[in-house]
Design a protein around this ligand. Structure first.
Ligand code: GDP
Ligand code: IMO
Ligand code: MG
Length: 423
């Protein structure tokens, strides 16, 4: 009877989708616990690429049940498009997917409020994906939100109207110049809601806990990354949910003592999309090479991701907050051919060398201190076994393991499902 959690340790896009897909065969249920369509989780197998935004990454496995938990926010329009794009519009997939009645709904006006809020912030903008995430979670904690279970009530449209009217007043207040055609947006929204209503709505906490009682295994799938957590990330440049391990408990209704392994996933370097501090960011050719070779473009917005060296200060912080028991390292293959590599091992902060993440990691406050490594030449993408790793790659991995004090259990050497090495 156990739940494992898989979550990102950096600023998102670590490769969560790929690894959840790989690990799904070991689990009965895959359950997304927070975030919404701001996420973009990429799976590649049998020559095809799939990008998931709302749907858990176990969906392509026949045996697994997939749950969208209460902690998730769902945009019916994006959900409908996602099903169409992925070719999941048939009863077989519908039977595998279960949606929590307590998950909140993103309204078209939430998206407009997101855009208005960002426009008002100007240079200080968060760089939101503009999917309405912030405003939807604000309505959740403000106790105004519309939930999936409300769609089963006869008066849900009245509730919708009340919330929409509040949003329209707020949009007036923002005085933004955003243009929109609400009738058109609502037409598309109501059509999508009708489709959504044909899915299995469940009391997901009951579903998951009953499954645990009869010995089923659950993998909780995180979205975003620990440094985007609303409490522990680089606030205010964060998302609006708890992306860390505790979020799996509140986002699924699973008690902490049911959690067994916490699988923390990180890239062999670091990326970030959107605004906010990033101490090891590179502005030179090396950073541009990482972006080009790693194909670092947002899976949801297509924006180029900012790139930089691996930051062990930040990684250790994320490992601590989440209680990570196993590490998974992604995209080491991208670093093949780099003459020299750096890993940040401490910061200079107010004249002192520190090893923990301080309150403020703006560039004017922290200067990274690096340990330098010689690079490896060999292409890693066709390797099948850890014994075949070049020595310098082994040294790179061991340095991280020893510094963090947690074993690296999986090393990913390419985007495909098969390019995955169990250590
Ligand atoms: P997620 O949001 O954490 O699921 O990650 P994304 O899918 O947004 O971004 C990860 C990107 O890296 C995707 O384009 C993946 O196809 C790709 N990817 C995953 N693992 C590897 C790897 O080991 N090597 C390389 N080169 N690409 C990878
Ligand atoms: P996955 O699950 C990377 C970033 C946005 C922005 C900030 C707030 O694919 O790893 P939001 O739309 O939540 O209001 O945006 O968070 N962000 C992500 N960055 N990967 C993600 O998801 C992200 N989801 C949000 O770029 O900086
Ligand atoms: Mg992503």
């Amino acid at each position: 009877m156990a739940v494992d959690i898989l979550l990102g340790l950096q600023w998102g896009d670590e490769g969560k989708g790929k690894i959840v897909d790989v690990l799904t065969q070991k689990y009965d249920i895959i359950a997304r616990f927070q975030g919404g369509p701001n996420a973009g989780h990429t799976l590649i197998f049998d020559g095809n690429k799939y990008v998931l935004h709302t749907i858990p990454s176990g969906i392509f496995h026949e045996k697994a049940r997939n749950v969208i938990g209460n902690g998730v926010v769902i945009d019916p329009v994006i959900f409908k498009n996602e099903l169409e794009k992925l070719g999941l519009k048939n009863s077989e997939y519908q039977r595998r997917l279960f949606i929590s009645r307590k998950a909140h709904i993103i309204l078209p006006t939430h998206r407009l409020l997101d855009a208005a809020s960002e426009a008002l912030k100007g240079k200080e903008k968060i760089g939101s994906t503009l999917k309405g995430i912030g405003p939807t979670y604000m309505d959740k904690t403000g106790r105004n939100g519309l939930r999936i279970g409300d769609l089963e009530l006869s008066d849900w449209k009245t509730r919708y109207e009340t919330l929409k009217n509040k949003h329209l007043k707020l949009l007036d207040f923002y005085d933004s110049k955003i243009e929109f055609n609400l009738n058109e947006l609502e037409k598309v929204f109501f059509e999508a809601v009708e489709e959504l209503k044909s899915f299995n709505f469940i009391d997901s906490e009951e579903f998951l806990n009953s499954a645990l009682q009869i010995g089923k295994t659950i993998l909780a799938e995180g979205a975003q990354g620990s440094l985007l957590d609303v409490d522990f990330g680089t606030y205010p440049f964060v998302t609006s949910s708890n992306t860390t391990a505790a979020g799996a408990c509140t986002g699924l209704g699973i008690a902490p003592n049911k959690i067994k392994e916490v699988l923390g996933i990180f890239k062999a370097y670091t990326t970030r999309v959107g605004s906010g501090p990033f101490p090891t960011e590179l502005f030179d050719e090396v950073g541009a090479d990482m972006g080009r070779i790693g194909n670092e473009f947002g899976a949801t917005t297509g924006r180029p991701r900012r790139c930089g060296w691996l930051d062990l200060v930040a990684l250790k912080y994320a490992v601590q907050i989440n209680g990570v028991t196993q590490l998974i390292m992604m995209k080491g293959d991208v670093l093949s051919g780099f003459k020299s590599l750096k890993i940040c091992t401490s910061y200079i902060y107010k004249g002192n060398e520190i090893q923990h993440l301080p309150y403020n990691i703006e560039p004017e406050n922290v200067t990274p201190v690096y340990t330098e490594f010689k690079g490896w030449e060999a292409d890693l993408t066709s390797l099948k076994n850890a014994d075949e790793f070049p020595d310098r790659f082994k040294e790179y991995i061991e340095f991280i393991e020893n510094s963090v004090g947690v074993p690296i259990k999986i090393v990913s050497v390419g985007p495909d499902r098969t390019q995955t090495i169990h250590m």
